[in-house]
Design a protein around this ligand. Structure first.
Ligand code: CTP
Length: 429
């Protein structure tokens, strides 16, 4: 009855971050040199180091002298499980060339925090300490350099810093952006280092093959809320986790992603633009507004099929009769079916993907629903097997075949699904 994205029993289980839920080793086999320059954000680098290791990477920490004022090499050694390098004169390396050896082993060098001073010197190719020496000596085509700036908002906004950022990017560095908010100096604005989890998401995205590059993906997720009166309404148990995981996976794969979300308690995946809506008609409106720009539409939302026919502007009160109020319902428009009927979908410029949660006869029901909704791809799942859980199993149904995706975390499935969608889009060209 409810549009069927099967999800957690909202409110009955704590909302966890998708990163934790996935428990996958996305950075397995990757060796990251984590460089710390001087800044209060060094305290976040300790957690970042752990997060990288938890995601399967090996981490070699290199610190500048200024960084040692903020956090000790002892802490970073304990967290990374490797002796930290701080000096270009470190005699532990047989050839005494730490800058060459460390940079040749790396799959990427990540400078976090990257101070304004570090950037300015990097820009000029200065090599007056081990970390800068290493950045300069890295094989530029095979060892990417990622920068996570961290500084006061005035320093960040200064034309010199902005100029340096632009130049560093054209010199081949990847700038990961900054956060906004309260700063250690007491001021508020742009320039904070991104949070460890945000940086982790960016690193994972950096290493993900860009099978969705150039695509603009529009996704619906979560439940809808159909108001009865100002304090009551009808909703459902969707948590939106599958839709949010797909948004994250599509962005990792290089797509420009817009997520139209019903009321859910999930944080927005990095780099995804999110529009919050309440009712099915709000969701339809938000989708229609953005449809023209989209090349892929993925409907994971559990859209309510019906809404109360009338909205009472004042709270419905109990009276002494003991007779409950009679609610009449009106049918909501089917968003997926509406989108599938658009010119763009019909002439192949928009690839539509639907979802269906069933309780039985998954193959038959999913195929029938795919044809009824007129979409090239429909994803079926067994509702009771995934409700209240972070895991799921999917059945992909198209006009030619069915493909089973065995039980895995929703993020793992989302990543596989994004690849499947990209393959089908390539074939349909
Ligand atoms: N959907 C939609 N708008 C609606 C209802 C459903 O966009 N008003 C989409 C869902 O997001 C999902 C697909 O349609 O991608 C299938 O939803 P589902 O509820 O399973 O389909 P129904 O047509 O409502 O069928 P059922 O009778 O099984 O509930």
């Amino acid at each position: 009855m409810l549009a069927a994205q099967t999800d957690t029993l909202l409110g009955m289980t704590p909302q966890t971050d998708l990163v934790d839920a996935a428990q996958t080793l996305e950075l397995s086999g990757k060796h990251i040199v984590l460089g710390l320059s001087g800044g209060i954000a060094c305290y976040k680098s300790a957690e970042l180091c752990r997060a990288l290791i938890k995601a399967g990477a090996t981490v070699q920490v290199v610190m500048t002298e200024a960084a040692e004022q903020f956090i000790t090499p002892v802490t970073m050694q304990a967290l990374s499980g490797r002796a930290v390098f701080t000096s270009q004169w470190d005699a532990r390396e047989d050839n005494n060339m730490a800058h060459i050896n460390l940079s040749r082993e790396a799959d990427a060098i990540l400078i976090a925090p990257c101070s304004a001073d570090f950037m300015a010197k990097l820009l000029h190719g200065r090599a007056d300490d081990l970390l800068r020496l290493m950045c300069l000596a890295r094989p530029i085509d095979t060892v990417p350099l990622l920068l996570a700036p961290a500084m006061n908002r005035e320093m960040y906004a200064h034309p010199a810093t902005q100029r340096n950022l632009t130049q560093l990017q054209s010199d081949g560095a990847t700038v990961l952006g900054v956060g906004s908010g309260f700063q250690a100096c007491g001021e508020t604005g742009d320039g904070r280092m991104l949070e460890p989890d945000e940086l982790l998401q960016d690193i994972i995205a950096f290493f993900t093959p860009k099978v969705m590059a150039g695509q603009r993906v529009l996704i619906t997720a979560g439940p809808t809320y159909e108001a009865i009166d100002p304090v009551r309404g009808i909703t459902n148990l969707s948590s939106g986790k599958m839709g949010f995981a797909i948004a994250r996976a599509a962005r990792e794969a290089g797509a420009d992603v817009t997520l139209v979300a019903g009321p859910v308690g999930l944080s927005t995946p990095r780099g995804v633009s999110r529009i919050d809506v309440k009712s099915a008609s709000n969701m339809l409106e938000a989708v229609i507004l953005r449809l023209q720009a989209a090349t892929v539409f993925i409907a994971t939302a559990a859209v309510a099929d019906w809404r109360p026919a009338a909205f009472e502007s004042r709270k419905i009160k109990k009276d002494s009769s003991g007779v409950p109020p009679q609610l009449a319902f009106a049918e909501n428009q089917d968003i997926l079916a509406t989108v599938a009927q658009s010119e763009a979908a019909k002439n192949g410029k928009l690839f539509c993907v639907g979802f269906a949660a069933e309780s039985h006869d998954l193959h038959e029901n999913a195929q029938a629903k795919r044809m009824r909704k007129n979409v090239p791809l429909l994803i079926g799942n067994i509702g009771p097997d995934t409700f209240g859980q972070d895991h799921n199993a999917l059945l992909l149904v198209d006009s030619q075949s069915t493909t089973e995706m065995p039980r895995a975390s929703k993020l793992t499935l989302a990543r596989q699904l994004v690849k499947e969608i990209a393959n089908r889009m390539k074939k349909s060209k």
